[in-house]
Design a binder for this molecule. Structure first.
Ligand SMILES: C[S@@+](CC[C@H](N)C(=O)[O-])C[C@H]1O[C@@H](n2cnc3c(N)ncnc32)[C@H](O)[C@@H]1O
Length: 293
């Protein structure tokens, strides 16, 4: 196996993930978090797969991911189809169907609402301000640390819980028979609530080193939700390494793979900087380096 670079608990590989993944052990990864090249996008940077070839290209990779993911693990896939000839392409929907046939459960879909998307005017649509994050699992029983992503209840509670109706005080089962129910009174005097499946996060324009970088808050939220310290996170299309850098800061083991030497070297550089920073702060703590002022 072409093992290229290791820092702390992070392993970086330079190569095609279709090949590199073949050397990984079965059931060894807790979370796969990734954004592959979208069909027909950024062709001039790292090649481009046409929508009609996308499934054929992606299925061998998702097959390997299915093999290396632990039964309790989760795969989060950030992907969005573009508009062509006035129509949204449907390859993502076809991909979901094929991945289900491959053995994946399509458990959930999260929406990343890009709070700061550019304004614009198009004749037949509005600006695109969201991306999807598809959640796939191997089994219905997967690890999910929901308390880690709780949010302040906020003003909703102040108004909604002020005056409770009789229905609010008992479990109110879903009228559409979804099996879900709620007892609103359970939330009185609680100041934290579970979030929704819509994440309102700004894109980060300060990451100029990769044209499609995630904001750090995106992998951070999913790493908190689906892993604990010491677990292993994999990004098979690591790009500028956002997933791996965040995982390293959160004391998770991580693996990143990219086919482009410049991205691989860039992430290596970032990890080297982290190494310097950590050495400096350890030395400061031990009194080896005196603060300059
Ligand atoms: C959308 S970008 C990922 C950006 C990343 N999430 C970030 O925050 O910077 C996709 C990456 O996949 C890489 N890539 C494309 N095909 C690949 C392959 N077969 N194996 C590994 N990496 C690949 C590209 O070089 C590119 O950096």
């Amino acid at each position: 196996m072409k093992h290229i670079y290791q820092f702390n608990n992070t392993d970086l590989y330079l190569g095609d993930c279709t090949e590199v993944l073949k050397d990984f052990s079965n059931n060894s990864i807790d979370l796969v978090f990734t954004s592959p090249p979208y069909a027909d996008q950024r062709k001039n940077i790292y090649g481009g797969i046409s929508p009609d070839k996308y499934i054929e290209w992606f299925l061998p990779i998702s097959g390997e991911l299915l093999r290396v993911l632990k039964p309790t693990g989760t795969f989060i896939l950030n992907i969005k189809e573009k508009v062509e000839n006035g129509e949204r392409s449907i390859y993502v929907m076809e991909l979901i169907i094929e991945m289900r046939k491959q053995g994946w459960l399509w458990t959930e879909e999260f929406i990343w609402h890009k709070k700061n998307s550019y304004p614009g005017k198009w004749p037949n649509r509005f600006r695109d301000a969201w991306e999807r994050l598809l959640q796939f699992n191997k089994s219905k029983k997967f690890h999910m640390y929901q308390k880690e992503v709780m949010v302040p209840t906020g003003d909703w509670a102040k108004y909604r819980l002020k005056k409770l109706s009789e229905t609010d005080k008992i479990r109110d089962n879903s009228k559409v028979k979804s099996g879900f129910g709620k007892n609103v009174s359970n939330w009185v005097e609680r100041n934290m609530a579970y979030p929704t499946n819509v994440l309102h996060l700004a894109t980060e324009c300060n990451n100029k080193q990769h044209s499609a970088a995630f904001p750090e808050s995106l992998p951070e939220w999913f790493i908190k939700l689906f892993t604990k310290e010491g677990d292993t996170v994999l990004d098979p299309f690591m790009g500028s390494g956002t997933t791996n850098i965040v995982a390293e800061k959160m004391n998770r083991n991580s693996i990143g793979i990219d086919i482009m030497p410049e991205y691989y070297n860039m992430v290596k550089g970032k990890l080297n900087q982290r190494k310097l920073l950590l050495c400096e702060s350890n030395a400061n703590r031990a009194g080896i380096i005196q603060p300059s002022n």
